[in-house]
Design a protein around this ligand. Structure first.
Ligand SMILES: N[C@@H](CCC(=O)N[C@@H](CS)C(=O)NCC(=O)O)C(=O)O
Length: 218
């Protein structure tokens, strides 16, 4: 049975990084659209699979996995021999990968989310954006990016000189910050700008932006 990805078709959030991983690894899948406007993600059927009432989750022939980063890790290991090596196997390179992945979830992601929630979250709910708070969150994010700029001045990608899943993790939500007019990622240092440009010009990401998350031909 073909792998099923349950989620939305917009490339911005967790769904997007799973879609990038699927494209990079050339894994066939079917997108099962979850109608979030209709609160389908809060139905008992969805909660039985994703108990936090979120998307995405995958159904791999009856095996359910949720949390986008966990899904990516599972698929990267299951299809280790297919497409690019996204999780290194060498002990020390793997430690660098784990370090970069932890930095993403501990430093990058919370800083990105504060900006996104203040700007886009409030705008979507029809609330007034607190411009002073927003400027503070952008500054916090910029401070993180300055550290990234130092790291990326010594190596090509976040885990070393090879592209890994840790780079893909950074494509969750930051593109929405940029598309909301806050282009902090290309203005916080030349190395971050160079790395970010590489990520967003990868064919997997370009196609996803153009077409949204789409089932692949089975
Ligand atoms: N940590 C989760 C976050 C998932 C998440 O926040 N999904 C959003 C859409 S991108 C969602 O389902 N939001 C609805 C909600 O939280 O009620 C993951 O990476 O899978």
């Amino acid at each position: 049975m073909v792998l099923k990805l349950h989620g939305g078709n917009r490339p911005g959030g967790g769904n997007g990084i799973v879609a990038v991983l699927l494209a990079e690894k050339q894994i066939p899948f079917e997108l099962v659209r979850v109608d979030m406007a209709a609160k389908e993600h809060k139905t008992p059927e969805h909660l039985a699979k994703q108990p936090f009432g979120q998307v995405p989750y995958i159904d791999d022939d009856g095996f359910i996995v949720y949390e986008s980063r966990a899904i990516c890790r599972y698929l990267a290991e299951k299809y280790a021999d297919q497409g690019p090596t996204l999780i290194p196997t060498d002990l020390k390179q793997k430690a660098m990968f784990e370090q970069a992945a932890s930095v993403e979830s501990a430093n990058w992601h919370p800083a990105v989310m504060k900006v996104l929630m203040e700007k886009m979250g409030k705008t979507m709910r029809g609330e007034t954006v607190d411009e002073v708070a927003l400027a503070g969150y952008v500054e916090e994010l910029r401070e993180k990016l300055k550290v990234y700029d130092v790291i990326l001045g010594k190596q090509k990608y976040v885990a070393g000189d090879e592209f890994t899943l840790a780079d893909i993790f950074h494509l969750m939500y930051m593109p929405m910050v940029v598309s909301n007019g806050i282009d902090v990622v290309t203005t916080s240092g030349p190395n971050v700008a160079r790395w970010w440009n590489e990520l967003v010009t990868r064919p997997s990401w370009v196609k996803l932006q153009a077409e949204g998350v789409q089932s692949t031909p089975q």
